[in-house]
Write a protein that binds this ligand. Structure first.
Ligand code: NAP
Length: 521
């Protein structure tokens, strides 16, 4: 049993709001998900709101919960504009209201006589917090100086500028039983999720607004990543690239793991340099990963073996880390496009036009030609179109020919029409002479190109079908099991729908506020 208990109790909900009324709402919401709550008293607008909030807490008497009070001054990275004495005052009030723990920043404790808070009746258990919003400093030195302050636990929240920085923080968590390790920033995101399994006493997650860079919401921490249930036996997978762009992949894979009861987790890795990630693979125990732009070609240099087709395409999107640590690469974009298109078209013997000649076009061209289609390439750069056509034994079709020529399928592999340029189509209605149009784009699901095609009575395939099929193929490579396709599909479609609704809402809000502004002026 750790300092804060076990299981979900080790996920601490951060409650931060400007009014007592909002704080009380958030506390109730937090307690439906976990029993450990940090009250950010420094976020409250005024002393009157702080007093109101603590008086409410005292009356509410949440007996089974653990409350941690924080009134961090600006000097320590918090919002509290008051003096050190006022900070201590509010922590004393927090104890009276029932808080068992307080978080005291190192900037405050250093200024107290004897560098100790023990003579004040603040909450009985003290967490000394050290923040560095710029980098991950010399950690051993911090721990050594904290040892003299007689506190119950030490929190180190440090900006991870690389994955290696976050690894250093996790190593420290492994070797200590009263440390809270908080890697901040996007590069630290996977370590933030794995911190509990590495021995961190707590992991923080906001109920509403994020209070530190790179925080993951309480719901995602609990349901998507199950941070509290991960152990050293849990198999770790992930996606390397841009975690914001690839936010759907964790949802897809983790839904599969939860549905099948596979003890595994899939994490988003922000990878700026492949070497930074690859050296962390053994440390995190990564067993496999998805590779996205811009690493699909560069990873080829690091795999010791590769599926022949992936090396022919010149791109790897799936890596298996074998038990000896060596990497095996393959390409499931290839499978993805076939599975998606064959629902609407018999591929063998069909004539397919690929619009664009970039990375995805290469996988699509190889897939279609291997499956027996006659491949035609149309791209704005003639040289790229010729090279790709030559590689797959296809033909080059000039743009003007699209007005007259017929194809069984037209596939858009350019990013034209991708959010936020939803209203644009890469091809005009007069260029769509075919039975099926497939767009590789999946944000939005129904692109302008697909809408134009549907208007002409042409069958359409959204890029989300390819995204699902390539991801499901990866899942099956890693687990060697049949993937639970239906729930995985449902989760991704629901998330995309929610994103689209949100965008529509924001768009409508912007229109309303523009209108109001115009009406006022
Ligand atoms: P890429 O390597 O950058 O290739 C993009 C291609 O589009 C290049 O041929 C580029 O031509 C062309 N292009 C860009 N802007 C254009 C324009 N305005 N007019 C005409 N051609 C244009 O990118 P990628 O990796 O192939 O990805 C392309 C799209 O496919 C992205 O939207 C991506 O999200 C999507 N995708 C989807 C899936 C899925 O699972 N659904 C999988 C992979 C990719 P130049 O070379 O002349 O710039």
């Amino acid at each position: 049993m750790g300092l804060f208990g076990s299981g979900l109790r080790r996920i601490c909900a951060v409650v931060a709001a400007s009014t007592a009324a909002e704080m009380s709402k958030l506390v109730r919401s937090a307690l439906r998900r976990t029993r450990t709550v940090e009250l950010r008293l420094d976020w409250l607008d005024t002393d009157a709101e702080r007093a109101k909030c603590l008086s409410w807490l005292e009356k509410a008497q949440f007996r089974k919960a653990t409350f941690l009070a924080t009134c961090r001054r600006r000097e320590g990275g918090g919002e509290f504009a008051g003096s050190l004495e006022r900070e201590i005052y509010w922590l004393i009030q927090a104890r009276a209201a029932g808080c068992q723990w307080c978080d005291l920043e190192v900037e405050t404790i250093r200024k107290l006589s004897g560098q100790s808070v023990r003579k004040y009746s603040v909450p009985p258990r003290v967490l000394l917090s050290v923040h560095n919003f710029k980098r991950t400093p010399d950690l051993a030195r911090i721990l050594k100086s904290a040892a003299h302050s007689g506190v119950d636990a030490v929190k180190i929240a440090a900006q991870s500028r690389s994955i290696h920085d976050s690894v250093r923080l996790l190593r420290l968590a492994r070797s200590s039983n009263n440390l809270v390790a908080v890697p901040m920033g996007e590069a630290g995101l996977p370590a933030r999720i794995l911190a509990l399994r590495e021995g961190s006493a707590l992991a923080y997650a906001p109920v509403a607004e994020a209070t530190a860079p790179g925080q993951i919401s309480l719901d995602a921490m609990k349901h998507l990543y199950r941070a509290h249930a991960l152990t050293r036996r849990t198999r770790v997978y992930g996606v390397i690239g841009d975690p914001v762009v690839h936010s759907l992949s964790p949802l897809l894979h983790n839904t599969g793991f939860v549905t099948r009861g596979v003890d595994a987790v899939y994490l988003p890795f922000l990878v700026r340099q492949l070497g930074d990630f690859l050296s962390a693979v053994p440390e995190f125990g990564v067993r496999g990963f998805s590779v996205t732009i811009p690493h699909k070609q560069a990873i080829l240099k690091h795999v010791s073996e590769c599926e022949p087709l992936a090396s022919e395409i010149g791109a790897v999107n799936t890596v298996v880390v074998r038990s000896d640590g060596s990497l095996y690469g393959s390409n499931t974009d290839y499978v993805g496009v076939l599975r998606a298109l064959e629902k609407k078209l018999r591929i063998r013997g069909s004539r397919a036009l690929i619009f664009g000649a970039g990375g995805a076009a290469r996988a699509v061209a190889f897939a279609l030609s291997r499956a027996g289609a006659i491949v035609a390439i149309c791209a704005r750069r003639d040289k790229a179109a010729k090279e790709l056509a030559r590689a797959v034994g296809g033909e080059v079709v000039p743009r003007r020919a699209l007005r007259t020529e017929f194809f069984d399928a037209i596939l858009n592999t350019t990013p034209v029409g991708m959010h936020p340029h939803d209203g644009i189509s890469p091809l005009a209605p007069g260029e769509l002479h075919c039975r099926v149009v497939m767009d590789l784009i999946y944000r939005p699901q129904r692109t302008q190109l697909l809408k134009l095609a549907a208007k002409k009575g042409i069958a359409t395939v959204s890029g989300v079908e390819m995204f699902l099929a390539q991801g499901i193929a990866q899942w099956e490579i890693w687990t060697q099991e049949r993937a639970p396709e239906a729930p995985m599909r449902r989760a991704v479609l629901a998330a995309l729908r929610a994103e689209e609704l949100l965008r529509k809402g924001t768009h409508n809000d912007a229109r309303i506020s523009n209108r109001t502004a115009t009406e006022r002026s």
